[in-house]
Design a protein around this ligand. Structure first.
Ligand code: HEM
Length: 162
């Protein structure tokens, strides 16, 4: 969803994220068997002070859809970052964090201020996310406190600019 509009000045630090990224990921959690996935992640903009974020994942063998999510990154003054994200599993994440340039890479670090679920969603009390871009490589990582477990690593994917 890039409109041809100029990137909003507040999104400048996020410019390296804009575009579509694809690649493999690995997941695990103490309550489930390990798994692999393919991810497609797109950051778009319409010239306003946010980036849209659309993610889809598939099973690498059957190509059946797995998890997906859509949301917005909302940069704030002094390198602060807000993010809202919704999932078809009935989960909504509200994050606060930061964006930083660290030795040639851009790192977005986020923690949930609130995570809410519909009444049938699985219980999740905290989420941490990290996005790092170095040139044409983007690494996403995610940790969650869910199903009665403390904050524990769930996902890592290494994507390449499409
Ligand atoms: C790349 C994206 C993701 C993939 C490929 C993925 C994949 C999986 C798979 C295969 C399972 C085990 C089977 C199942 O319950 O469906 C699972 C379980 C789970 N995932 Fe994820 N997931 C992703 C993202 C997320 C996110 C963003 C959250 C929460 C914010 C989340 C929360 C959970 C929970 C709570 C479980 C249930 C664990 C249990 O039943 O013990 N997942 N995920």
């Amino acid at each position: 969803m890039s409109s041809g509009a100029e990137l909003h000045a507040s999104c400048e630090a996020l410019a390296p994220l804009v575009g579509t990224w694809r690649g493999p990921g690995e997941g695990h959690y103490p309550t489930i068997p390990d798994f692999s996935y393919l991810e497609e992640l797109t950051f778009g903009h319409v010239g306003k002070p946010f980036l849209s974020m659309t993610q889809r994942t598939r099973d690498p063998k059957t190509h059946a859809p797995l998890h997906s999510e859509v949301g917005y990154l909302r940069p704030q003054p002094h390198a602060a970052m807000e993010m809202v994200l919704t999932q078809p599993t009935g989960v909504v994440e509200i994050h606060i964090g930061s964006v930083a340039e660290v030795g040639g890479s851009v790192v977005v670090d986020l923690r949930t201020e609130r995570v809410e679920g519909t009444r049938t969603a699985k219980p999740i009390s905290e989420v941490r996310r990290r996005i790092e871009v170095v040139g044409d490589t983007l690494v996403t990582e995610m940790w969650m406190a869910a199903m009665g477990q403390p904050l524990t690593h769930h996902l890592r994917a290494e994507l390449t600019r499409a």
